[in-house]
Design a protein around this ligand. Structure first.
Ligand SMILES: *[C@@H]1O[C@H](CO)[C@@H](O)[C@H](O)[C@H]1NC(C)=O
Ligand SMILES: *[C@@H]1O[C@H](CO)[C@@H](O)[C@H](O)[C@H]1NC(C)=O
Ligand SMILES: *[C@@H]1O[C@H](CO)[C@@H](O)[C@H](O)[C@H]1NC(C)=O
Ligand SMILES: *[C@@H]1O[C@H](CO)[C@@H](O)[C@H](O)[C@H]1NC(C)=O
Ligand SMILES: *[C@@H]1O[C@H](CO)[C@@H](O)[C@H](O)[C@H]1NC(C)=O
Length: 444
């Protein structure tokens, strides 16, 4: 009954057959989710995009304790409030839980970490707080964990388990997390989307990026199918991601996206060389941290990069000339750093707005500032002078080869004609003969 204009309360007397798939999404149902709904053993319940309010208590905590078969529970985009009750032990079949865009508050109960079949857990944009339960990130089947836009505090929990995780998307964006990125994060070998932006995280960036096998381009990604009931319903992994400064929803092509967003934190130290090994990465945002040092020369290896934002840091030195190899780049922001010298030339780099380079000491197009080659600061002498010597060498070689070529070509022909009378008459006779033959050919 989805995508209609049905109004009113949901009533518990609705007769639901076992193993039913119930889709009431995109209507105008209101009131709370009736407890009776959980009595029949349905497989899928989608009541997203309605006006439901009240708490989840009645539905999630049945009076009769027994195992439920429900696999997909989608209550996104309603006005549900109160705490997420600690009644998850009866819902072991659950594989997709979506509570996105509601008004849920309080802490996340520990028992959520006991959902052994869970593949996707989305509670984005609620008012949840407290620490993240470590057990949640360690669930073996979990592929998507979306906790963005809440008030979670404390540090990123460690991945205790020694085994590889299946996690493809981890978003802790816009919370109040602090501390360093734990080394255990390097065990996220399948990660494609890692969004830790807008927290209070600090320390240096990790160096173990080689372990991210999809981001580093060593392994292909595949579609994220969370639930599939042939000819009835298919639930794909979805997420809303910020790129090019705007937020977009991704679903069918989500698996093609690779992004690392660490912006808006307090990370310090240099950009690690190892980060440049993420050859499969498309979007990289390190904006708004305290990063120092140079942009690694190897950045030109990341040829799939479409969006690169290093703005609002303290990066110095020149822009590596290898950046002119990034031909798929269509968004660049290097503004508000301490970069110096000339902007390398490439069709791509000069096509960006000058605001991409502002608040640095850069020169050359697209900036209006013209590069004064004599006014090179001593600190930069290594790169600049090498470049200039090289281009001068190329220019001189070109001029010399033209002069030598002219001398050999011109005097090689004219010289013998002047020197010998016999050659001269043979040459003019040959020219006359060619002219004569052409005239005859034209007349015929
Ligand atoms: C969200 O819940 C709080 C109480 O937890 C309430 O004060 C507030 O009005 C609710 N917001 C909306 C939009 O319903
Ligand atoms: C990289 O992943 C492997 C398993 O895939 C793991 O054994 C190793 O400890 C990881 N490296 C780091 C630095 O965590
Ligand atoms: C961030 O952490 C610092 C200490 O490291 C603390 O003083 C500050 O209040 C925190 N800011 C926020 C917004 O939590
Ligand atoms: C990078 O992150 C900053 C801060 O979160 C944001 O303002 C900016 O728009 C992001 N850049 C891109 C290209 O999305
Ligand atoms: C460059 O960006 C500034 C502000 O961000 C804007 O006002 C200006 O129109 C842009 N210029 C071009 C050529 O897009």
């Amino acid at each position: 009954m989805s995508h209609n204009n049905i109004r009113g309360m949901l009533i518990g007397d609705l007769i639901l057959a076992p193993e039913a798939v119930v889709d009431l999404s995109d209507n105008q149902f209101e009131g709370s989710l009736p407890g009776k709904f959980n009595e029949a053993d349905i497989l899928l319940l989608d009541v997203s995009n309605n006006n439901l309010s009240g708490s989840l208590e009645q539905f999630l905590c049945p009076s009769l304790e027994s195992e439920r078969q429900l696999q997909v529970l989608d209550l996104a985009n309603n006005n549900l409030s109160g705490v997420i009750p600690d009644c998850w032990t009866n819902w072991q079949a659950l594989s997709v839980v979506n509570f996105e865009n509601n008004n849920l508050s309080g802490e996340l109960p520990q028992s959520v970490g006991s959902l052994s079949s869970l593949q996707s857990f989305n509670i984005r944009n609620n008012k949840l707080s407290g620490k993240l339960p470590a057990s949640l990130l360690n669930l073996k089947s979990l592929q998507i964990i979306e906790l963005a836009e809440n008030d979670f505090t404390g540090s990123i929990p460690l991945l205790i388990d020694g085994e590889e995780t299946k996690l493809k998307l981890v978003s802790l964006r816009s919370n109040k997390l602090e501390g360093e990125i734990p080394d255990e994060l390097c065990r996220l070998t399948s990660i494609q989307i890692l969004d830790l932006a807008h927290n209070n995280l600090s320390g240096t960036l990790p160096t173990c990026f080689y372990n991210f096998s999809i981001m580093s381009g060593r392994q292909k990604s595949s579609a994220i199918v969370l639930y599939d009931l042939p000819f009835q319903v298919q639930v794909l992994g979805s997420a809303s991601l910020v790129t090019k400064g705007r937020e977009f929803d991704y679903s069918t092509i989500l698996y093609l996206v690779t992004t690392l967003d660490l912006s808006g934190n307090k990370f310090s130290g240099p950009i690690p060389m190892e980060l440049m090994g993420l050859l499969g990465l498309r979007w990289l945002n390190l904006s708004g941290n305290h990063l120092t040092g140079r942009i690694p020369e190897a950045i030109g290896e990341m040829i799939l990069l479409e969006s690169l934002d290093l703005s609002l840091n303290q990066l110095d030195g020149r822009i590596p000339s290898s950046m002119s190899r990034l031909t798929t780049l269509n968004w660049l922001d290097l503004s508000s750093n301490k970069l110096t010298g000339e902007i390398p030339t490439s069709t791509q780099l000069q096509s960006f707005n000058e605001s991409s380079f502002m608040a640095n000491t850069l020169c050359g197009p697209p900036l209006a500032e013209i590069c004064n080659k004599k006014r090179v600061s001593p600190g930069d002498s290594d790169g600049v002078n090498d470049d200039e010597d090289e281009s001068d060498g190329v220019k001189w070689g070109f001029i010399i080869s033209i002069v030598v070529g002219f001398i050999i070509g011109f005097w090689g022909v004219v010289g013998p004609l002047i020197a010998s009378k016999a050659w001269r008459s043979a040459y003019f006779y040959f020219l006359y003969e060619v002219w004569f033959k052409i005239r005859i050919a034209c007349r015929n």
